[in-house]
Design a protein around this ligand. Sequence first.
Ligand code: GLU
Length: 490
Amino acid sequence: MAEVRTRFAPSPTGFLHLGGARTALFNWALARKEKGKFILRIEDTDVARSTEEAVEVILDSLKWLGLYWDEGPYFQSKRLEIYRQYALLLQEKGLAYECFCTPEELEERRQKTMAQGENWRYDRKCWNLKEEEKEKLRQEGRKSVLRFYIPPGETTFIDMLRGEVHFQNEELDDFVIMKSDGMPTYNFACVVDDALMKISHVIRGDDHISNTPRQVLLYQALGFPLPQFAHIPMILGKDKTRLSKRHGSPSVTYYRDQGYLPEALFNYLARLSWASGEEEKEIFSREEIVERFSIENVTKHAAVFDLDKLNWMNSVYIRQADNKYLCSILEEILVRKGRIKPEEITSAHREYWEKVIDLMKERIKYLAQLEEEASYFFTEEVEFDPPAFEQVLGGEEVEEILKDCEEMLSQIEDFRAPILEEAVREMAEKRGVKAAKFIHPLRVAVSGKKVGPGLFELLEVLGKEKVIKRIQRAKNLIKEPRFPQNSGGE
Ligand code: GLU
């Protein structure tokens, strides 16, 4: 069997969309499974919309997901001469022709046809132009495009997911293959490249299915063998419309920045429209995915993006992950959010963050949640939730309670959770009150919140110095007549 060669061919006009990432993943997985090659090609012939920044973002996102390519990236913008040669070949064979119609003329004729209730297709006005006529138009300064002549008949191809797909050629019009600026169009450059790069399987989103008959006709005209095609279903939001910003961010970078693990997003995207046949199994390593992957097992219906499921999956991966690894991700988040500068980070910071992670990893869905919802770990002082402050620290004896806590905790040298717990319970018993009487105010004093991880573990992670300082601050604040956050700072 010939070598399996797959490719991912993004247009660098923005970030890497989750749909694109899943397309890349399937192409990558098939190449790995069949010990073939995965090729990366940047389709950047739309000069107005392509940016270098987008190329960077796409490459970074692919690398982050571990979707490394074996060849490329090839840039179409560097291969223009190749497309010109093949365009010339088609022209010489009489399968492509110059068209001088301006966009305004085309629009006018389109309107007229539509007004008569008919569908517009290019009317082949320029098909039979004689050489002198063309020359005259050139003299007038008219620019031309190159159109591909669609032969009569029917075009059929096999889609690995849908079986035979038929298109009536009369539904297609003589589409442009080379634009007036000398750039190839997508359909043309794609076919030339897929053929020259010996791509065996074209796996792409089913939004491209209407391009495929045009491409098949080009393969035939150029005398290239056809690859296998698989058009995979779109990713939809829960409301069954195409996944877009309205459903939360559809970009891979967003998930990376929020502290999703690449292994988890990889697993999620793979499972989004591919089933291995093992009913209960959701968690797959990359190796397991490669081992089991086949296009036949890709689902035919549209996939629905479910953030809850991704969150669940990510939390599973977080729980299993090594703290050092999670810490490196958290570190990036803290730097990005301006909590710390990279040059300020010390091994003591890392040691502390690892403890935070160890305490919190069972409770979070993504790592940025720590910075968003448990910022008290990363700030000098606590920001109080207004209801927590009012309800828990608002009572009469709270000042007394906090004073007792401060005194008692100051005396503890070995600041570890079990010892702290014992001390607090002992103190409560001595005073003849429930431990909760101390636990709640302590929690709000050190974290600003009513809920969080186990209090004694929290105290241990924060450390004696911070805990005492925070208790003192809370004590002072409750003496003030107004709530601290409304008082214009401390
Ligand atoms: N550049 C095209 C896109 O980003 C590639 C489509 C294809 O895979 O043929 O949609």
